[in-house]
Design a protein around this ligand. Structure first.
Ligand SMILES: *Cc1c(COP(=O)(O)O)cnc(C)c1O
Length: 365
């Protein structure tokens, strides 16, 4: 069975093997695995030794996003999140419920966030201390130019938190050139092709040290996690998802071997095979080709009374492919992920399976 969803993704056999073992989190060999993993993650983010540190957290990406907001946006601070879609909405909600003031800037559902518009929004709202940016908006499939937006924020003296959850490991990221970024958030189970259960914040050490006491949460305090890691040589405060971390360290070895640009090229080829294949079936992708990112493709369902998302998903599942069984755009669109240990050949077979599934549902697409 192949997962064609934008996380968790299909993993390589070596990753599954590492997952199927028991690990003692406090064991020195295991700590060495985690230390190396954190170095690999920092390096893959373009972080600089001693300037940046990768901190692991148990749980999903939203836990790490909430931790970053709580840690870096101080009580009384104000976070502006360009409204790029479903994941930008969630980031705003996390911040609001953490008691931080939130502002937004409208972005069309089929538009990229423009640095010039961000500059205007920040000039109009001098109380904004931080900007939260979604790199790859997994709701729509659009990738935004996070480095250019972060630079715009920097020019106006604002700090930045980047949600790179569905981008990290595939899209370029060079923290060494982005001094305004306090934290970049990522998870194991998207483009790094690891299992679910662990997330990371790659943070500036100086900002972490200035952020003590901000979080207002014992669990989601990156400054405390950093402090604890320093005194215990990479030890976790609480029980870490040990098999997930060990399996991710194998996945990051595979990532290094493949290379970040080659991984992006593979996902781009997956996306193109899917995008062209869907069109050849007579379906309409949600995004114009020029806006379509390489992580997820949404497509409009056939305008046919026989259409039924659950039946379509089920018919695909019987043919070996799992796609999302819910809509994530205001206009209903079915979503197919292009990431994970999958190839353009897999995508081409998935398109054939969609063709069969549509026939089975008696839909002349
Ligand atoms: C997947 C994702 C997240 C985090 O999702 P979790 O389910 O909490 O792991 C956050 N932002 C984006 C853009 C994502 O794609």
């Amino acid at each position: 069975m192949l997962l064609l969803i934008p996380g968790p993704v299909t993993t390589a056999d070596a990753v599954k093997t590492a997952l199927a073992q028991d690990y003692a989190p406090w064991d020195n060999d295991f700590r060495a695995i985690v230390r190396k993993l954190c170095t690999d993650i920092r390096d893959a983010a373009g972080g600089v030794p001693d300037v940046h540190v990768a901190l692991p957290l148990s749980g999903c990406g939203h836990f790490a996003l909430e931790a970053a907001v709580r840690t870096f946006v101080p009580p009384g601070g104000r976070l502006l999140v360009p409204g790029t879609g479903a994941y930008a909405d969630r980031l705003q909600r996390l911040a609001r419920e953490a008691g931080r003031a939130v502002a937004t800037m409208e972005v069309g559902v089929r538009d990229r966030a423009q640095p010039a518009r961000l500059i205007e929004a920040l000039r109009r709202d001098p109380d904004v201390t931080h900007v939260g940016l979604v790199c790859s908006e997994t709701g729509s499939g659009i990738c935004h130019d996070a480095p250019a937006l972060a630079q715009a924020a920097h020019d106006l003296g604002r700090r930045v938190i980047i949600d790179a959850v569905s981008a990290f490991g595939a899209l370029p990221l060079d923290l060494s050139a982005l001094p305004a970024v306090d934290a970049v958030i990522l998870t194991s189970n998207k483009c790094p092709e690891g299992p679910p259960g662990a997330s990371f914040a790659v943070c500036r050490v100086d900002r972490l040290e200035a952020a003590r006491g901000n979080a207002g949460s014992g669990s989601l305090d990156l400054a405390d996690i950093h402090e604890h890691g320093k005194t215990t040589h990479g030890g976790a405060r609480f029980t870490p998802p040990a098999p997930t971390l060990a399996a991710l360290s194998v996945a990051m070895d595979l990532h290094r071997t493949e290379g970040r640009p080659a991984r992006l090229a593979r996902y781009t080829a997956n996306k193109q095979t899917l995008y062209d294949g869907i069109r050849a079936l007579g379906l309409t992708p949600y995004l114009y080709a020029a806006l379509q990112g390489p992580i997820i493709v949404n497509a409009e369902p056939p305008a046919h009374p026989g259409w039924n998302l659950q039946a379509f998903v089920h018919a695909l599942k019987r043919r070996g492919f799992i796609i999302s069984n819910f809509y994530n755009t205001k206009q209903p669109t079915f979503r197919v992920g292009c990431i994970g240990a999958i190839t353009p050949g897999d995508m081409s077979r998935a398109v054939d399976a969609m063709d069969d599934a549509l026939r089975e549902l008696a839909i002349a697409a």
